[in-house]
Design a protein around this ligand. Sequence first.
Ligand SMILES: NC(=O)c1ccc[n+]([C@@H]2O[C@H](COP(=O)([O-])OP(=O)(O)OC[C@H]3O[C@@H](n4cnc5c(N)ncnc54)[C@H](O)[C@@H]3O)[C@@H](O)[C@H]2O)c1
Ligand SMILES: O[C@H]1[C@H](O)[C@@H](O)[C@H](O)[C@@H](O)[C@H]1O
Length: 341
Amino acid sequence: MSNELRIAVLGVGMMGADHVARITNKIAGARVAVVNDFFAEKAEELAATIPGCRAIADPFDAIADPEVDAVLLATPGPTHEKQLLACLEHGKPVLCEKPLTTEVETSLAVVKAEAALGKTLIQVGFMRRFDNEYAELKSLIDSGDIGRPLVVHCAHRNPTVPPNFDSAMIVKDSLVHEVDVTRFLLDEEITSVQIIKPSANASAPEGLQDPQIALFATESGRHVDAEVFVTTGVAYEVRTEVVAELGSAMIGLDVGLVRKSKPGTWGGTITPSFKERFGQAYDTEIQRWVNAVQAGAETGNYIDGPGAWDGYAAAAVCAAGVKSLETGERVAVEMVARSSI
Ligand SMILES: NC(=O)c1ccc[n+]([C@@H]2O[C@H](COP(=O)([O-])OP(=O)(O)OC[C@H]3O[C@@H](n4cnc5c(N)ncnc54)[C@H](O)[C@@H]3O)[C@@H](O)[C@H]2O)c1
Ligand SMILES: O[C@H]1[C@H](O)[C@@H](O)[C@H](O)[C@@H](O)[C@H]1O
């Protein structure tokens, strides 16, 4: 491995292009050596703007390339499984944008393939764990100052989503963040899910069940509710409130400048998208991953954050969520025991 980590970014759409700019302009100790996209010309155009960067047309050639030390996967979820398995086959550390994979069976296959290698190569892009506000909330919970959390309320609102979004994607692509936040904050698995379907937003595309309210129960019987509403037309809002035995705490209030403007109006601004709201989290996530990969040769652990198991656990909860979306019933989460891997 050269001193500077040579990263291949696969999928240079919205998120991948953002990560390419981040690695090029903000991250120390790494550079984008290769870019790849299903649309080869998109990758070629981007590569031409980055010194020393090549476009490689085939994603599997990009993963195998000897001058690539690590891979950042920002391709759509359904393509992750095969690309992750190829990274494992070539022993390449990989930061995979969420979700790990879109089906629980394929997530489990990836977990098992990594376990068979005896190295921890896969980090999943659950970036909220690196957000300063979530990190502060987690520290507060772990300090014991507010006592044992009993209830968590989450709100996850997007102004808009891409046109291919369907009702199950609201679970697998959006709610999946609340699944990971729950597991991160409460340190236990989710055991059942129910999706409530309120009257759908008249401005949502026809047939899209939006909003959705998810109810989770955890191993020790704690309750989480999450409103996911992805076509608000307003702005990006992510809030989490933890209600505990000795108090409560909330993040995501956008309490920046609050102003009075026109008569009768009062307020501040809301971030327009996840790029602004979680910009710091993505920066921290990638810098810490780069540092962990650089240190990994000695330890065999190439990640600093959520791993393949967390991706699998989230996929298992989402699979139960998709079943509940169909039936309206509370559905038990089916997971293998971690000790069986
Ligand atoms: N962490 C976050 O907050 C966050 C935000 C947005 C998206 N994401 C995740 O990032 C990933 C990408 O999402 P996006 O919004 O950037 O999507 P996008 O559609 O904008 O970009 C995906 C890119 O991958 C390319 N592509 C498709 N199939 C490919 C393949 N087999 N090999 C190589 N390239 C391929 C497409 O041409 C496109 O350019 C998804 O997993 C998504 O869930 C995460
Ligand atoms: O892929 C995106 C991304 O994960 C965002 O963080 C989330 O807010 C959106 O709902 C989802 O569509």
